[in-house]
Write a new protein. Sequence first.
Length: 483
Amino acid sequence: MEEREIDLLDLLLTLLLHWRGIVVFMIAGGLALGAFSYVKSGQSVKAQQELLLAEQGSSSETLAERLDTLEASLTETQKFNVLSVIRNEQTYRENEAYLQNSIWMQMDAKAVPEEQIVFGVSAEDLETADAIAWAYENLLGGNGLSAYLTEKFDIDSEALEELYGVSKSSASVANGANSFRVTVVHPEKATCQAMAEAIISYAKEQTEALAGALGEHELLVLGQYYSEGARTDLSDQQKTYQNNQLSLYGTIAKAKDAFAEEEQSYYDLLVKAEPQEEEEGQTEPTAEASAGTAQVSLKYMLVGIVLFAFLYVAIVAIAYIMGSHIRYSDSLQELYGIPQLGQIPGEKSQKKPLQLVDRWILSLWNRNKRQFTAEEAVKLASVAVKIAARKNGRDTLGLIGCDLKAGALSVCEQMKAALEREGVKVEILDNVVYDAEAMERLNDVSAVVLVEKAGVALYSEIEQELLLLKRQNIAVLGGVIEG
């Protein structure tokens, strides 16, 4: 027997036809490493929960004890120094938040959009007009208008206090009338003008209520004036805040640099305790919530899928390389030096849905090859055997093989029927190496043809058959392999 060579293309086809196993191993790998990652994550979460529980059980007590110990060791001056820094830092943060969030402080002081509305109140006499105008001034400067504008423009009430104001007006009005002015500012011209119109609407809505309380009168809009220019008051306020922030920052930095070691420790503990005081009354997250929950790692699942697929492919490849059974793709001519008279494809089930995939793979693999049915292949093999027998002057043949009952017996019977119709006498001999009766019947034949089932017959058994036939001086016309 010649040394077998590994056909890489046949190995690739074998791997493709094992796609079911690859899919099963991929699913198993993904589930296995996914479960492993879940367990590992759960253990990590449990350890974090235990650590957090331990910290929660001892942190507050330890912090209070350390603060008490440090306070006892510090002088009043040292404690005053630390508390002054903390108060200054709080003031710095509040001022910084105001500078960042205040609409007024964020405006460009060199170009402030401003709209002025001059209202006039006309009544029976000047004294009554003064009283009603004063009532309107209080009304427009109160919470009612602030709530109205907050709802309409979605601006915080504290921010609104800086965007409009009410003042006396020097406008000339006829006898029995008085006037006052409302000033509106906003960084956007459209919003500024819209707020002015909303204030006019709100003021006129209050006329009926004030008429019932203070007497009949008429609210007049004497004028609306839009302008866009510099505001020195805003510029001065912005500079004042910025200078105060710089001064506070320098004061804080200088004081902290001068801290003694005990003062620094006391400061650190007070800062650490601040969030606890600020969040008093809020629900503190539990250790379970802080540590999170166990998770399935997608990365682990992908690694499991790839790893198990590779493992299965490796197993199939090793089984292919180390296999001891004859394969459908083997050449009897190359292995044993005998003519290959035919290849009979195995019958495939047409009822199993998954067989469709196998047939599709085989159709792609053999797209440039002529395909035969099992019946056609048996007829071709029978003709090849008949021709070989006639050329060699043989009229009595033996169809022999290893364990024919495991698969190739049906092929042998079909070939026997076809050959006997052509006048060739045929004997079917199974397992001549192991069966004494079959071995003895070799005397009745003048030549043999090997018929082997792929995946059943062993290479070593076929070699033993050929050695036996050689000792018996029985000619071997060739061989046939069934898939």
